[in-house]
Design a protein around this ligand. Structure first.
Ligand SMILES: *Cc1c(COP(=O)(O)O)cnc(C)c1O
Length: 429
């Protein structure tokens, strides 16, 4: 079984398939996913949560990273749940036959339409983000004669950056209830007393692309303390804790991710100690990896077009996509590695600024990317684009979104069709 990246006859392979052939067959730009890798990441998380939480845990794929029907089918097949942040994501999951009880619904401003839709469809957990939402869910559930299981999203007071973290200053964030000010406790009391609601536990998500276990350990301790407080003061037994996602992946050599079992090992140890210390049962634990399940399992193939050298400054290597299929550089200066797929064995001695085709100077895939000497017509593979690329894609400049294909053992199938010009005007009146 062949999966991941490989090189054969100077061509880049992914998932056992020749990416140059894929580009020829399906056109570019093209998102390519390796099914075996996605499944392996799902299993890694599932196995380690089963192991370190003694079977009392569950993995939820944070589907905003890459949401399409096939992705929900794979998650379901691997026996994990999903987290969603909109009616549209819930709709996509349900359309793919994903079991409603294994869906979590997040969001800092869920509309009543979305809440009704979620409650009607018996979505497993709703993660409440503000006081008003407690009332709205209580009322909607009452009208439908249902009881809704909820968690509260808490700001635990930990601001995790990529490599370091600080313990204050995080309260300025649009998500969740602040722990420090007593707001979180007040929300817990309100939820416990609200009709048609069952408060099962608390949620926190401390950031993204995190490489250290320390902020997760601190979050586990802070949350265990909070659960103990709520239990003691209200008598309500809190049995679930969702520790969010944010596990870092390798985009370039600057990134050094830990094995995920390492996170699970350390954090579970910390949580068990803390629960012991605060005198509570160890709750059922949920984690929400998004990027780390699909990020490294996807690449994007482009065709190189114009090459423009500005002497003494830089060389722009333009590709047939850009910020419309990958806005992450434009949004936050994200870094990527790239390989010329038809020159995969050639040394990467050329320093390129890879640019897109949109009418924005900031429309870049990246700067100072080392590749083999590029020529018009080459196929450029940008690596680790599986997360937050397709899901953030747009039709800016009326550029149709690329197709996505899934590769398994060298066999490819389309999982998202390429948009056509007709699609672009399909909603125009
Ligand atoms: C974005 C998000 C995640 C996933 O984050 P990754 O960095 O992709 O792992 C998990 N939970 C919540 C609530 C999120 O907003």
């Amino acid at each position: 079984m062949e999966y991941g990246l490989g090189i054969k006859n100077n061509h880049l392979y992914f998932g056992g398939a020749d990416t140059v052939e894929l580009a020829k067959q399906y056109g570019t730009p093209l998102y390519v996913f390796d099914e075996q890798l996605i499944r392996e990441y799902c299993r890694d998380f599932k196995n380690s949560i089963d192991r370190y939480y003694d079977g009392n845990g569950m993995v939820l794929y944070a589907s905003k990273a890459f949401s399409c029907k096939e992705m929900y089918r794979i998650a379901n097949d691997e026996g994990i749940g999903v987290d969603t942040v909109s009616g549209g994501e819930i709709y996509t999951a349900l359309s793919a036959g994903f079991p409603a009880e294994k869906i979590f619904f997040h969001g800092n401003n869920k509309t009543n339409t979305e809440l009704k839709y979620a409650i009607e469809n018996n979505i497993g957990h709703i993660v409440i983000d503000d006081f008003g939402e407690i009332d709205r869910i209580s009322e909607i559930a009452g009208e439908m004669g249902k009881t809704v299981t909820v968690m509260l999203r808490i700001k635990p007071g930990i601001d995790a950056h990529t490599h370091d973290f600080i313990k204050t200053g995080q309260n300025d964030c649009k998500f969740g209830f602040t722990l420090e000010t007593g707001e979180a406790f007040e929300a817990a009391e309100k939820a416990i007393n609200a009709k048609n609601i069952n408060l099962s536990g608390f949620h926190c998500h401390i950031g993204s692309q995190i490489f250290s276990t320390d902020p997760f350990c601190l979050a586990a301790e802070v949350m265990a303390n909070f659960i103990a407080n709520v239990t003691k003061k209200t008598g309500h037994v809190v049995s679930e804790l969702n520790l969010g996602g944010g596990f870092g992946i390798r985009y370039t050599d600057e990134d050094e991710p830990l094995p995920y079992s390492e996170f699970m090992n350390k954090v579970s140890g910390e949580l068990k100690n803390s629960c012991n210390k605060f005198g509570i049962m160890v709750p059922k634990v949920f984690i929400e990896p998004g990027r780390s399940i699909v990020g490294p399992a996807g690449i994007t193939l482009y065709t190189v077009g114009s090459i423009k050298t500005i002497p003494g400054i830089r060389t722009y290597v333009s590709v047939d996509g850009g910020m419309t299929d990958n806005p992450r550089y434009a949004l936050y200066g994200a870094k990527y590695d790239a390989v010329i797929a038809n020159k995969a064995e050639e040394p990467g001695g050329f320093v390129a600024t890879v640019a897109g085709k949109c009418c924005e100077s900031g429309d870049l895939i990246g700067e100072n990317i080392k590749i083999a000497t590029p020529e018009t017509g080459d196929i450029l593979a940008v690596l680790a684009t599986g997360a937050y690329n397709y899901s953030m894609a747009s039709n800016y400049n009326r550029i149709p979104r690329p197709a996505a294909i899934m590769v398994k053992n060298g066999e490819a199938r389309v999982i998202i069709k390429r948009e056509t010009f007709e699609d672009l005007i399909s909603k125009d009146v």
